[in-house]
Ligand binder design. Sequence first.
Ligand code: CP
Length: 310
Amino acid sequence: MDSLSVANLIGVKNLNINDIKLIFKTADNFKEVINRPIKKVPSLRDITIANLFFENSTRTKLSFELAEKRLSADIINFSASQSSLKKGESLIDTINNILSMKVDMIVIRHPNAGVPEFISSKVDATIINAGDGAHEHPTQALLDSYSIREALGEIRNKNILIVGDIIHSRVALSNIFALKMQGANVKLCGPNSLMPKYINKLGVEVINNFDDALQWCDVVNMLRIQNERMNKSFFPSLREYVSLYGLNNERLSKLDRDIIIMHPGPINRGVELTSEIADSKNSIILDQVENGVAIRMAVIYLLAKQKFNR
Ligand code: CP
């Protein structure tokens, strides 16, 4: 198979295992390209991509932009805070106006779950979800799996622990779909107040005791506490949260083997994990960021190839 089963990337839930294998194989090639002195290929010449960010981003926005430039696409960037949305224009009017400028693909991040899917049902352009509310962040989960595969050789039967603010996390949901599809064992850890009610339906176990969970895992993915999505208190104090769920050297020293440390970023240093751990030899946090460019090149290239015969 050399084409994806989907025309848009809305969520990992819509992908199958062959899609993931194809994205990884394509990303392997692009990773080789971006490590050459000349990091660019002409694959997307004359394709125009709009990056529409309705929510703050550092990694995802820059990574998509770089991926598009490495593929020789023409790009335009949109930031909601400087747009005519501020004058009352609706989302769909904004999108249709951008598309009338002959834009072929849209990369969109939005604070509301479901917006990328809604737009894909209204327009012909190819849509890539760059994170929608607490729903999905598919390219993050793909780059996370790709980075685990790179660190451990394979994902099947590996024990992956996802820790922290699961209820507000699109990274957690997309990772659960991607990791289970690839045969990993996935467990979640954190206070019950940060676990969504539907979690049992996803076929993952919750362990509340972080030290027990660490004994079980090969990889720990530490999620950010998303204060900006919290409209009430989810735990008694940050100090208590850090003492129960913060990753530090004292905790890791109790293990009889090394484990891989991940974080999607941005990190709250001293909360999810200490600086010592974030910058340690077993941390692959910056590898995740590096791999994000190759993964996003692969996703954009494969979607464009099937739509525009590239
Ligand atoms: N991991 C991630 O989505 O980071 P940004 O919010 O900076 O894009």
